[in-house]
Ligand binder design. Structure first.
Ligand SMILES: [Zn+2]
Length: 427
């Protein structure tokens, strides 16, 4: 199948160019000045007038739920949902059943990915057996040929010595520790940020120290072990400062922030419903401002979703009874475009870096830019279209979303993965 795309604006070689392009029958992207074709020579001509074509988005933090929790989401629905948001590559956290903690369990997950995923998926293995944040480490020696990403996302690795050993192993095998930093000593069973939100909803609260204690500890361990270290879902200003210092020291560390921590703060919580519960919680306005500044300054280089589908029963209930996590992957780009590009806090080029180029660069994977004569991994957005967020219409089985009802700018109309159409609507 050969397709010719006409009249679009393409982000090519670090600038937007008005150029036609072709995707040949091998799935390669070919820019127009390199082709000489009549419309008749191609199988389909797609008019992209008014559309912005960018490198496919990359989300380094998602939860697939399969194997083990297919009542929440399947790999099929999760990856289609991601494609609907413009994503061509995602990383999948290992908190599955069984946890992705051995070659056998990794293969179980990979087999379903090979069968059902419509985009690229990188499974992340856990750091500890059973992804418990304690106990025994996984066998990095047997895993490292198949996987270079390790995380116990959902829990922090509590024991410093254990984390140090994990980092030594990852340093040895050129792998990356992706840490959910959470010091359980600081936890009191809360669901919301300690402060305005916890007082308002009479919750024990979750303080900033529960995050930054481990961020600071793990940066120090990364320094001692020379391990590449990536911090999950940074939510508070003290963690940003720790990352800033580590970068000034030249350490091989990076961090991500979720769309919801950038776009919301604890004062937005307007009802006692599970759609407001996630870990880490929505923080103070001050923390939110520090996160926004961190993406502007390049201290935090990656925007992710932490897309975490759950069933209706697990989420549509009072905050204290709900599971942690929300879904946003189908609207992630539109959220960032609306809040930051439309308000002139970021340029569109910055968003492409934060949501596509940087994740690929940091983790050393393919993607992040459109390259002539290489496999086409693209997203097509109509930036003039508005969408009204309606979680009932999400392709994901997860429907719990704090942005429900909001009007956003920018709509994904097509996503192409290795030259194949993974998602298409209205174009
Ligand atoms: Zn996490």
């Amino acid at each position: 199948m050969t397709r010719l795309f006409k009249n679009g604006s393409v982000y090519y070689q670090n600038k937007f160019v008005d150029s036609d392009f072709l995707i040949d029958d091998e799935g390669n992207f070919i820019i127009a000045d390199k082709i000489d074709l009549l419309d008749d020579d191609v199988d389909e001509v797609i008019d992209c007038a008014g559309l912005t074509i960018m490198p496919g988005l990359v989300d380094v933090h998602t939860h697939l739920r399969e194997p083990g929790y297919t009542y929440k989401e399947t790999i099929k629905t999760a990856t289609y949902s991601a494609a609907k948001g413009g994503f061509t590559t995602i990383f999948a956290m290992p908190n599955l059943n069984p946890a992705c903690d051995s070659l056998e369990h990794l293969k179980m997950e990979q087999d379903i990915i090979d069968k059902d995923a419509c985009i690229h998926v990188y499974p992340i293995c856990s750091i500890t057996k059973g992804q418990k944040g304690r106990g025994e480490l996984v066998d990095f020696a047997s895993l490292h040929n198949e996987c270079f990403l390790y995380s116990d996302d959902g829990v922090g690795v509590q024991d410093e010595t254990l984390m140090k050993q994990a980092m030594e192993q990852c340093a040895k095998y050129n792998s990356v520790i992706i840490a959910h930093c959470e010091d359980e000593k600081e936890l009191k069973g809360g669901s919301l940020n300690e402060g305005i939100a916890s007082r308002r909803f009479n919750d024990p609260g979750i303080n900033n120290a529960s995050e930054y204690n481990e961020v600071i500890r793990d940066i120090e361990l990364a320094k001692q072990t020379n391990c590449q270290f990536h911090i999950c879902h940074i939510s508070c200003k003290e963690s940003v400062e720790a990352l800033r210092k580590a970068k000034q020291e030249g350490l091989n560390v990076s961090g991500e922030v979720t769309c919801h921590h950038l776009c919301l703060n604890e004062e937005d919580i307007d009802e006692d419903n599970g759609k407001w519960k996630m870990n880490p919680p929505l923080r103070s306005k001050d923390d939110q401002q520090a996160l926004i500044k961190a993406i502007q300054d390049g201290i935090i280089e990656v925007i992710c979703t932490d897309n975490a589908p759950h069933s209706k029963q697990e989420k549509d209930c009072p905050i204290k009874d709900a599971k942690m996590g929300i879904v946003s992957i189908e609207i992630a780009f539109s959220l960032i475009y609306t809040h930051f590009v439309k308000n002139k806090l970021l340029k569109l080029e910055d968003v492409i870096k934060l949501m596509s180029y940087n994740p690929c660069d940091i983790f050393g994977i393919d993607g992040g830019e459109i390259v002539n004569m290489e496999k086409a991994n693209l997203c097509f957005f109509d930036l003039n279209a508005n969408i009204r967020v309606d979680s009932k219409k999400f392709a994901s089985m997860g429907k719990s979303c704090p942005f429900d009802g909001k009007i956003l700018n920018g709509k994904c109309v097509m996503t192409i993965v290795d030259g194949n159409i993974a998602y298409r609507e209205g174009v």
